[in-house]
Design a protein around this ligand. Structure first.
Ligand SMILES: [Zn+2]
Length: 497
């Protein structure tokens, strides 16, 4: 019970993504991810053994625990920060503490206060992290940011900093981190014989179209605003642990559904599952479905798995926003990550405009070497981001068009006209519908017409392909036809619609 404990100690890992994506090498990203995950597991076990019921939660890179004295709080923070840095070298974790006793304050408020403190301390830390490096010193061959300290213990001949060296070691060992947990969760013989790819090319090789991969970033909406809501320690534990477990379970379920091994290789890499935060790399042809399945499952089960157990009576359900980048396997991973985060932000904005009642996903197919989202999309009449429901509808149309062998050349002609002018786009769409309408078999005509109607084409003056339901986005007309054609090669036809 709370009456005896005096101090609340909270931890959160700093700048995880900078730590992971300082390199373009999948093995080191995997090694970094495994290091973080192992530290997380170890910390949880230690805190559980030592504090038992006074451990509020420990999951997804964070933890909260109640201790009896101020000195104990300080010692614990020092110990955890020290151990973390010794393992990761360049990454860090931040701890703060505050007294829990005070009149009329609910536990949730204290957690919220601790959260504010954490953010302040972390922001101050972030300003101190980049050290100037003299130009004549030798930089790490992998991250190019830290001083090289040691020769890599493999055949690469690379000079590495201490941090990258530590990442490279566990990165070579394949059965660990999230993949290991996934294998445990799925418990199947076929999966136990499955290998993970050495690099992105290894995922690209089993992808369709070949050599294309997807980078997925997903994040729960608006979670920060709920942190002061659970009213007791138990409820808070239910909230944090529930959120982490729900996210992990949805990731694993989606990978089980869509990520079956191909030629003995897993067509994906789990980079990070932290709280309600997910980063994945997959074969391009499963990326959209994996992300959609995770976000849908998260939304559907959030009430029973998180909201209700945490006693959040005035919350309906939780939602997620996601960004997906589809790119050639040789596109740099850190750039994919950056674009995926920018897309996630765009999806988040859309969720906010819908009052967070529904999740949304934005995506991008990278065709050039640009890395700025705005520049890349300025001239494209797309209708992204999509709510989960609308994205599901778009995928279903793609599959149905593929099933009836809709001629790709007709889609391409309409697509190209989208970039010419508003009127040309209309002429091309009307001409296509006209041609298909003259056939005896009306299936293709009906398919295309239903697609247009489902995406805001009214046919009474407002001619296809333009969407009359969706308000103009950034002052430009939009059409789901753009997105349909661009996603077309990346969606597979399976059983069911
Ligand atoms: Zn390095």
């Amino acid at each position: 019970m709370m009456s005896k404990q005096q101090w609340l100690v909270c931890f959160d890992t700093d700048r995880i993504k900078q730590y992971l994506f300082v390199t373009n090498r999948l093995k080191e990203i995997r090694g970094g991810s495994a290091l973080l995950e192992n530290l997380d597991r170890k910390r949880k076990k230690e805190l559980q053994d030592r504090y038992e019921k006074n451990l509020v939660y420990s999951a997804g890179g964070g933890a909260a625990v109640l201790v009896s004295t101020e000195q104990e709080a300080k010692d614990l923070i020092a110990q955890i920060e020290r151990e973390f840095q010794a393992e990761t070298i360049t990454a860090s974790i931040t701890g703060v503490f505050l007294p829990t006793n005070g009149p009329g304050r609910e536990f949730g408020e204290r957690m919220a206060e601790a959260g504010q403190r954490l953010r302040r301390v972390k922001a101050a830390k972030a300003e101190l992290t980049t050290l100037p490096i003299e130009p004549y010193l030798c930089l790490c061959d992998s991250c190019g940011q830290q001083l090289a300290a040691t020769r890599a213990n493999d055949r690469s001949g690379d000079w590495l900093c201490c941090s990258c060296d530590k990442k490279r070691k566990p990165g070579g060992d394949k059965r660990q981190g999230y993949f290991d947990e996934f294998l445990e969760w799925i418990g199947s013989v076929e999966w136990n014989r499955t290998e993970i790819a050495d690099d992105l090319d290894g995922i690209g090789v089993v992808a369709r179209p070949p050599n294309y991969v997807g980078f997925i970033a997903l994040d729960g909406n608006h979670i920060g605003s709920l942190l002061d809501k659970p009213q007791t320690i138990e409820r808070y534990g239910q909230f944090s642990t529930g959120l982490y477990n729900l996210t992990k379970e949805q990731v694993f379920t989606a990978l089980q559904d869509h990520g079956s091994p191909r030629d003995g290789i897993a067509p994906f890499e789990i980079v990070l599952i932290g709280g309600d935060d997910v980063l994945l790399i997959t074969a391009a042809d499963i990326a959209i479905e994996v992300a959609l399945t995770i976000a849908e499952g998260f939304e559907r089960k959030s009430l029973s798995k998180v909201v209700d157990p945490a006693g959040l009576t005035d919350v309906k359900n939780l939602t997620m926003a996601g960004g997906i980048v589809l790119a050639h396997a040789d596109f740099p991973i850190p750039a994919m990550h950056q674009l995926a985060e920018a897309l996630q932000k765009s999806a988040k904005k859309h969720c906010a405009s819908e009052g967070y009642e529904t999740g949304a996903i934005d995506f991008l197919i990278v065709s050039g070497s640009d890395t700025d989202l705005e520049t890349m999309r300025k001239t494209i009449p797309h209708r992204r981001p999509y709510t989960l429901e609308k994205l599901g509808c778009l995928l279903s149309h793609i599959r149905q068009l593929k099933r009836v062998d809709f001629p790709m050349s007709q889609l391409q002609t309409m697509y190209q006209a989208l970039f010419e002018s508003e009127v040309n786009a209309q002429l091309a769409s009307i001409a296509t519908l006209g041609r298909l309408g003259q056939r005896e078999d009306k299936e293709l005509y009906n398919r295309l017409k239903t697609f247009f109607s489902d995406f805001g084409v009214k046919f009474d003056g407002q001619l296809p392909p333009w969407d009359a339901d969706t308000k103009e986005r950034d002052g430009r007309k939009v059409s789901a036809l753009t997105d349909l054609v661009e996603l077309y090669p990346f969606i597979q036809v399976k059983g069911g619609a």
